[in-house]
Structures are given as C-alpha cells and as structure tokens.
Write a protein that binds this ligand. Structure first.
Ligand code: NAP
Length: 313
C-alpha cells in the first residue's frame, strides 16, 4: 500500500466517519467524502486533505465516479432505524452489492466494510439481518475484492448517540427511564480505537480477508451503562427494567414517534448480547480504552461523581 493513499469514505460524515477521517487526514491521506448534505458538514471541509462532495452513493454512476482511481474505499453507511419500507435493505445490502460492482468495474481492490457485532442473515432483527447479508455479499466477492470487515459493539465517544443520548433522556425525565432489555450485555468501544483499527488495516496487508470483532475491555449491561452515564454526568437515575411484553409495546409506540427514539426492531436487536467472541484489538495489536477513562472527559462531570466512579473501577 502506498504511504499516501486516495481513500473514499462512504458514510464518512457521521460519528465514526468523522473520527476515521480526522486520522486519515492527519496521516496525510487524500480523502473523498460523499454526502447528501455537504452544508451540514463544513467542519470536515476545513481538514487539509479532505474533499467533501455532494453525491448519491445509491446511484451507480455516482458510485463509479467516486470509486474510480481510489486506493481504498471504506463503507460506513448505516442506519439504526428504517425510514420507509426496506430502507435497511437499501442502505446495507443493496449498497454493498452496488459497491462491490463498482469496485470490480474500476479494478479497485481494497474495501473496509463496517458491520456490527451480532450481524447475521438469520439474526433476530431486520438491522442485524441486513448487516449480516451485507457481510456475506462482501465475503463472496473475495476473488476481486480485498476486504476487511469490522464488527463493533456499541461505540462511545464525543458526539456519540449512546451516552449523550442517555444523558439527554435522563436530564429530560429527571432520571426516570424505563429500560427495555436492561440486562442485555455490551462491550462499549471507544470511537478513537475503532478509527485506529480502520487506519491500521489500510496499511497492513495481513488484515485482508479478515473479520475483526471490536469491543472495549469492559462488559456492561444496558442498565450499568445508563447508571454510569448518569453518575458521570451528575444526573439523577431511577432506571427500571421493563418486562419483554411491555418493552415490545414501548418499541411499537416509540417507533411511530418523531425521530423513532426506540423501535420494535431495536428491541429485537437487544435480544442478542453485543459482546465479542474473540478479541479483534488483540489480533490487530492495538490498545483499547475503558469507558470510565474517557466518559468523564467528554461528559464534563461534576468532580465528585468522577471521583466516586474512579474508586469503583
Ligand atoms: N455508532 C455505533 O454505536 C455503531 C455500532 C456498531 C456499528 N455501527 C456502524 O457504524 C457505521 C457508522 O455509524 P455512525 O454511528 O457513524 O452513524 P451516523 O453518525 O448515523 O452516520 C451515518 C453515515 O451514513 C450516511 N448515511 C446514512 N443513511 C444513508 C443513506 N440512506 N444513504 C446514504 N448515506 C447514508 C450518512 O451520510 P450523509 O452525510 O449523507 O447524511 C452518515 O455519514 C454504521 O454502518 C453503523 O451501523 C455503529
């Protein structure tokens, strides 16, 4: 791999993409980032080697143009909720198929594909099934595509929609939060560590054809995650677990509210623990950070709460 590469990052304007692009730019790579809304992401435009362009990645002609001449493509496009019919299928499966086609046509071989822990064509939710189908498509193209697949657990960091979201909900509800699948387990992984894994894979041929599960060093239940967030943010916390029958109902009701705060499909994803069966970071030789090391920094906690948490960890 060339020291300075041309890299196209699909889905690069999001939470994870921004972390990856910052690192790629720091390393001197030339980065092209297609987006539907360039005006919303001007902060990426100021990075010296980053080019933000308006494009529709679902349009094969746009995709061909984006991929042409690249040394590598990173696919981060993903949604957690459907907006209309079959949008998981379109954003995850159909896009992966189109991307593989574009890579073949332009003879660009290197692809880093973002998936998710629990992705499985026979998984319990449409989200996990569509992520699993996308993985299968990418693997099936191994004769023409040098892929690496990443399967993270939930990702935390500045601007995440995990801890920041819980903090916002707890703030609004004065700490009262009914939780679906409160005992579901996660291995929260730091966004900077995920970004480091992607950048390392780009320069390491041994990662070709590999799949890496990416989890943080700590396994936590959903309830522990919320309680930790509350303690660090100095917020009241009266969370209580819902039985599955009520949690399903919660998904049905909240799934039709604006912004879909929680859906039946989210509930189904939560029926599977999001924890690793292997240590991808260890295989990559990369370090991981603990939630409690970093959460106090970006949630700007009152000092007393940090002190008591540090003592527990
Ligand atoms: N965050 C997590 O905890 C987590 C955990 C496991 C896996 N992942 C996976 O990691 C990837 C990135 O996640 P993230 O948290 O960074 O997501 P995010 O902040 O929501 O960003 C999603 C990105 O995908 C693009 N996108 C979304 N829907 C699209 C569509 N229908 N067509 C074209 N582009 C679309 C957006 O581009 P525009 O600029 O065009 O809007 C945006 O850049 C996803 O594949 C996600 O499934 C995330």
């Amino acid at each position: 791999m060339a020291a300075q590469m041309n890299i196209c990052v699909l889905g690069g304007t999001g939470f994870v993409g921004t972390a990856i692009i910052n690192r790629l730019s720091e390393a001197g790579h030339w980065v092209t980032v297609p987006t539907r809304h360039p005006h919303l992401h001007q902060e990426l435009q100021v990075l010296p080697t980053v080019r933000l362009i308006r494009a529709d990645v679902h349009d094969p002609r746009d995709l061909d143009r984006l991929v042409e001449g690249m040394d590598a493509v990173i696919n981060l496009v993903g949604i957690l909720n459907e907006h209309g019919r079959n949008t998981f299928q379109r954003a995850h499966v159909e896009l992966a198929a189109k991307l593989v086609g574009a890579l073949r046509a332009s003879r660009v071989r290197r692809l880093l594909q973002m998936s998710s822990l629990g992705a499985d064509p026979r998984g319990p939710s449409r989200y996990l099934r569509s992520k699993g189908e996308a993985e299968a498509l990418v693997r099936a193209a191994d004769a023409q595509v040098d892929f690496t697949i990443f399967r993270p657990s939930v990702i935390f960091g500045p601007g995440d929609s995990l801890t920041n979201r819980f903090a916002g909900l707890l703030h609004q509800s004065h700490g009262w939060l009914p939780l679906a699948r409160a005992q579901a387990r996660f291995a929260p992984v730091y966004v900077g560590d995920v970004a480091a894994a992607f950048v390392y894979a780009l320069r390491t041929r041994g990662t070709i054809g590999q799949t890496y599960e990416l989890g943080g060093p700590q396994i936590m239940t959903l309830e522990e995650l919320v309680r930790t967030t509350a303690a660090v943010a100095g917020l009241p916390c009266h969370v209580f677990g819902l039985p599955d029958s009520l949690a399903r109902l919660q998904g049905l009701i909240m799934g039709v509210l604006p912004g879909k705060p929680f859906t039946l499909d989210n509930f189904r994803s939560l029926t599977r623990d999001s924890i690793c069966t292997e240590d991808g970071f260890d295989r990559l030789g990369l370090p991981r950070h603990r939630l409690l090391e970093l959460l106090p920094i970006y949630l700007a906690p009152p000092r007393a709460a940090v002190g008591s948490l540090a003592a527990q960890s």
